[in-house]
Write a protein that binds this ligand. Structure first.
Ligand code: NAD
Length: 376
């Protein structure tokens, strides 16, 4: 028996993210010394059989078809929201108002106004809160941030982020929440939220954007699709850097391929998710005999997060990001602060919304048109 106090986790939604987050809490104590022992108390979902099966498979003590029970259960201290974006705000606000800490999956919501409103509710409640930008916790991505902060690329001039998948390519895929704006938001905010998170984190605030979007299959299962299949944008950062952004769910044979690159006055860094244990680095100050980009194996124990995993050469995978996320949050229990938080989630959403507006209106849009903070 552990002598540490228990911390009760309640998960809203048992789909792919409910599963990933349950996995994260279960393994977090395996990799890190934590001040508390996470206990998976309760999970909710709309379908009785399915949520019961998920609770059994994920090792959650109880299940319910009413998410409000997760929020009100006295043995739940952290409410983890893993439902489609259209439902995030209601669950997050109810949890924070009940004094519970909250982790919410990305994107924060389906528009900036609701993302900002929920960030304000959690701030007023004073509860630890976080948004699920899990990719920051990959050793190679965390190392990218470290190298930028160490000045290894100098001042960032250019940023580019691209995310390609084929999940919307087949016109016969039936309608579900991902095709409905009110529930799913947009592809810009779905895939793009991860890219914009990394852009804000690695480069800084985005000031202005221009964009284009297309929906190639406009009807599924007899219902109108009001979400973009693919979008692209040009970004102007507040510090003068320029960026390009592309998301596409109609890229044949691309499963979940994303790439982020920075070009600075002193070097280039590039991360390619299909080879997630590697980071490419070119140092402009280096002897020209070795001119070019070098492949860093981001698995060395001195690299962020890598030391708590396997011996060098074994690498990590997607699941690791949820374990590290859970460990980072639990490590700071009970006071936090947690990072990135829902306020940051709202900032990411404001850039996504500016991109949506720029594409719809075919013009450059300042992020300050969407969000007050940006004009400050
Ligand atoms: N961080 C990541 O790597 C990552 C990956 C995938 C999804 N996500 C995010 O996680 C959230 C959930 O995505 P998912 O892939 O787990 O979804 P999913 O479809 O696999 O599961 C959705 C869950 O929400 C419940 N639900 C509640 N209202 C619903 C509705 N109106 N329609 C459908 N399901 C509803 C379902 O019962 C189910 O338990 C989304 O915000 C998504 O963007 C994040």
């Amino acid at each position: 028996m552990s002598s540490k106090p228990d911390i009760g986790i309640g998960i809203v939604g048992y789909g792919s993210m409910g599963r990933a987050h349950a996995y994260g809490y279960t393994l977090a104590p395996h990799i890190r010394e934590l001040p508390v022992t996470p206990r998976l108390r309760l999970i909710s979902g709309r379908t009785e059989d399915a949520v019961a099966r998920a609770a059994g498979a994920y090792g959650v003590e109880r299940w319910t078809t009413d998410w409000r029970e997760v929020v009100s259960s006295p043995d739940v201290q952290i409410v983890d929201v893993c439902t489609p974006p259209g439902g995030h705000r209601e669950a997050v606000e109810a949890a924070a108002s009940a004094g519970k800490a909250v982790l919410c999956e990305k994107p924060a919501s389906v528009d900036y106004a609701s993302a900002e409103a929920m960030a304000q509710v959690v701030a007023d409640a004073g509860v630890p809160n976080a948004i699920g930008f899990n990719y920051r916790r990959l050793p190679a991505v965390a190392l990218m941030k470290q190298l930028v902060e160490e000045g290894r690329v100098g001042d960032v001039l250019l940023w580019r982020g691209t995310w390609l998948s084929d999940e919307f390519l087949d016109p016969d895929i039936p309608f579900d929440w991902r095709f409905e704006r009110a529930t799913g938001g947009s592809t810009i905010a779905d895939l793009g939220a991860h890219l914009i998170d990394l852009a804000l984190w690695l480069v800084g605030d985005v000031e202005e954007v221009s964009a284009q979007s297309e929906t190639f299959t406009r009807e599924r299962s007899g219902r109108e699709v009001d979400i973009d299949d693919a979008s692209a944008a040009l970004l102007r950062f507040a510090n003068g850097a320029r960026g390009t952004f592309e998301v596409g769910k109609v890229a044949a044979r691309r499963p979940c391929d994303y790439f982020v690159e920075l070009n600075g006055t002193a070097g280039t860094l590039r991360f390619e998710y299909p080879r997630l244990n590697e980071l490419w680095y070119g140092d402009a100050r280096e002897d020209a005999t070795v001119y070019g980009m070098h492949r860093i194996r981001a698995e060395h124990p001195t690299h962020p997060y890598a030391g708590e995993w396997w011996p060098v050469g074994q690498g990590v995978g997607y699941g690791m990001t949820f374990v590290a996320q859970a460990a980072d949050l639990l490590e700071r229990w009970p006071d936090g602060p947690w990072d990135p938080d829902l306020r940051h989630g709202a900032r990411v959403q404001s850039v996504c919304e500016a991109i949506e507006r720029a594409a719809a209106e075919q013009r450059w849009v300042r992020v300050a048109e969407v969000a007050d903070y940006a004009s400050a």
